[in-house]
Design a protein around this ligand. Structure first.
Ligand SMILES: O=C(O)c1ccc(O)c(O)c1
Ligand SMILES: [Mg+2]
Length: 623
């Protein structure tokens, strides 16, 4: 199995913090990025000792720039400079120097000239037992393609000179990975892995700001890896991610995400390259929708929430035998209101105020889901259960909430509830349509990998939504039969509604839950009759809808009168309506889909503006 490594440039913090985070996540090796060392307060010997203590091998020191193909006198200077870096590497205790292709305007082209420089450098490195790897930067002046870098290494024909392959530099420009097959595995000194979203951007800015971990972007990193595996390469797989959010985020979390992405990539390739993995992961948990959603509240809020739920047509169907916990149901939707004064829900309430503290997902096999989640380094959750109570396996999810897994055995999660007789009524709401979670923008990639790594969820294209006070990015993940949909919303502006939610809520969390219905007009009429009110939508919006779509006048009138938003995608139609915000935190949405797959992104800005009018001004202190 190839060792797992990461370059220090991928994480935030000072070098020692980075190294500790890398070791704690479980990496075997590390690439030391020169700037991290130069800016650090202790010398290479101290770093070497720290790495030894952390049981981290330094697989490379990088980068050494603008070396090959220089005219004199720079050429001689470069060899002297390299000797100094060799000294440093010996203090660090690493044997591999990464040289990236020359970007200097003074550099001269010519494959043989470069090969000669590397052969001479190879002699100098070999004297000290060191090695040099050559990497083609996609924006290199003369060499920007790994095939040219390999040709130079091949002609240098020196045991201390090899090639370094970086998935970004090969895949972003669209170079075929087939040519890798001609490189002997032992001439590849290092493999660096990075993904990136598809962007129309110059390649240098793209690489320096938008790289991401494999699985978080759009590049075919799996194909690249399969080509690497076919060479017989046995060295480390090293993540090298230049990303603005990673530089700013939590080093510990980013390191865990990195390891998670590597484990997922290895596992994805395992059927063809069993040598890449020591133990295959349990399969992705097959999901079948939401089992229940649990709200943590106090007694006062429990009453208010219960009132809102009954206006929406929910019925109280159960009372916990021994706890202050109620069950509310409608269609397939199951909600739990928890106002216990200890236990997990209570701590969630104390930290975040009223809100969703847990989501239970229906899966094929909860045990396997837990196995996979644990192997992917998620935090598992255990809470002592009372005698006869069901223990539901759970992991920590967004914002410290829980994700429960329910399978056949967990189907009777409600055994602890005493059924409550309620008037039979026609259920307007059928099921949970989607769950939207707000989070800081720089956590979005992390939760994306979390959801798509553990569950059978696929990512839809990311959307950009204009809040009156800044942009909001919206990323949906959905399962195959669309019974489970999460929408992750993040904003780096700090006065947008999601951003204010995060500060009011003291962290990320569920900002809304949408319920599906078959006839939104009937559903809304019944809810209104029970006293429900809905978010006010301005007339301007309806004038625009009227102009855009040729809707029948009475349908238009109904949309207007009921504050229902409308969207169309091909011949698909979408209707949505929002409750007022509950306690400045979360709200409910009711949707009707007619052959429509999206989430009404066209309407999201309208909704955010309407909600901004309803909540207090951002500057006003809460009393
Ligand atoms: O952006 C750079 O300069 C840079 C440096 C070293 C690398 O390995 C790389 O892929 C990019
Ligand atoms: Mg690289």
């Amino acid at each position: 199995m190839n060792k797992r490594s990461i370059a220090t440039v991928s994480l935030s913090g000072a070098l020692d913090e980075k190294l500790r985070a890398i070791a704690a996540a479980g990496f075997d090796e590390v690439e030391i990025f020169e700037n991290d060392l130069l800016s650090f307060g202790a010398g290479p010997r101290d770093i070497a000792k720290l790495c030894r203590d952390l049981n981290l091998k330094i697989c490379a020191f990088q980068p050494f720039r603008d070396f090959e193909g220089m005219p004199e006198p720079q050429r001689a200077r470069n060899f002297a400079r390299a000797e100094r870096k060799f000294d440093l590497m010996q203090e660090l205790g690493t044997d591999l120097l990464l040289i990236c292709s020359n970007v200097s305007p003074s550099s001269l082209g010519g494959i043989d000239r470069a090969a000669d420089d590397f052969r001479e450098l190879g002699d100098r490195a070999a004297k000290r037992g060191l090695r040099v790897g050559y990497e083609a930067l996609a924006w290199g002046r003369h060499v920007n393609d790994y095939r040219d870098a390999w040709e130079i290494v091949r002609r240098a024909d020196h045991p201390a000179i090899g090639v370094i392959l970086d998935s970004f530099h090969a895949l972003a420009p669209g170079f075929p990975v087939r040519a890798m097959a001609s490189i002997p595995g032992d001439k590849i000194f290092l493999v660096q892995l990075a993904d990136a979203p598809k962007l129309e951007l110059d390649i240098l800015s793209w690489s320096r700001h938008f790289r991401s971990f494999p699985g978080q972007g759009d590049l075919p990193v799996g194909e690249f890896m399969a080509a690497v595996a076919a060479t017989g390469y046995a060295g480390p797989l090293s993540l090298e991610i230049f990303n603005d959010q990673f530089r700013a985020g939590s080093a510990a979390q980013t390191a865990i995400d990195g390891l998670r992405s590597l484990i997922l990539l290895e596992d994805q390739l395992a059927p063809d390259w069993p040598k890449l993995v020591s133990e295959p992961l349990a399969p992705k948990a097959k999901s079948h929708g939401t089992g229940f959603i649990e709200f943590a509240v106090n007694e006062t809020k429990a009453g208010e929430l219960a009132r809102l739920l009954s206006q929406l047509g929910f019925r109280k169907t159960g009372e916990h035998r021994s706890k202050a916990v109620e069950r509310w149901s409608q269609g397939k939707v199951e909600l739990v209101i928890n106002c216990e004064t200890d236990g997990f829900a209570h701590s969630h309430y104390v930290t975040h105020g009223p809100g969703v503290c847990a989501i239970a997902l229906d899966v094929d096999n909860a045990g396997l889901a837990m196995q996979r989640a644990e192997a992917l380094k998620t935090r598992t959750f255990y809470q002592p259960v009372g005698p006869g109570e069901l223990e539901i396996p759970a992991i920590h999810g967004v914002g410290g909430s829980l994700l429960y897994f329910l399978d056949q055995a967990g189907k009777n999660w409600d055994t602890d509830f005493e059924p409550v007789a309620s008037e039979a009524s026609a259920d307007a709401l059928l099921a949970v349509d989607h769950i939207a979670q707000s989070m800081p923008y720089d956590e979005m990639l992390s939760w994306l990998l979390f959801y798509t790594g553990i569950l059978d969820l696929k990512r839809l294209p990311q959307m950009e939504i204009a809040d009156p006070r800044g942009l909001v990015q919206s990323q949906a993940v959905i399962n195959g039969d669309q019974s489970l949909r999460f929408v992750l919303n993040g904003s780096s502006a700090n006065r947008t509604l999601p951003a204010r939610f995060i500060s009011e809520f003291f962290g990320s969390g569920v900002q809304h839950v949408a319920f599906a219905c078959r006839d939104i007009f009937a559903a809304v009429a019944a809810m209104r009759a029970r006293g429900a009110g809905f978010l006010d939508i301005p007339d301007n919006y309806y004038d625009d809808i009227e102009a855009k779509y040729d809707l029948a006048p009475d349908l238009m009138a109904q949309l207007r009168a009921n504050h229902i938003l409308y969207d169309r995608e091909g011949d698909g139609e979408f209707f949505q309506v929002y409750t007022h915000i509950f306690d400045e935190r979360f709200f409910f949405e009711i949707v009707e889909r007619r052959n429509y797959q999206g989430f009404g992104a066209a309407n999201a800005g309208i909704r955010l503006a309407a909600q901004s009018r309803e909540v207090r001004p951002a500057s006003m202190p809460r009393v």
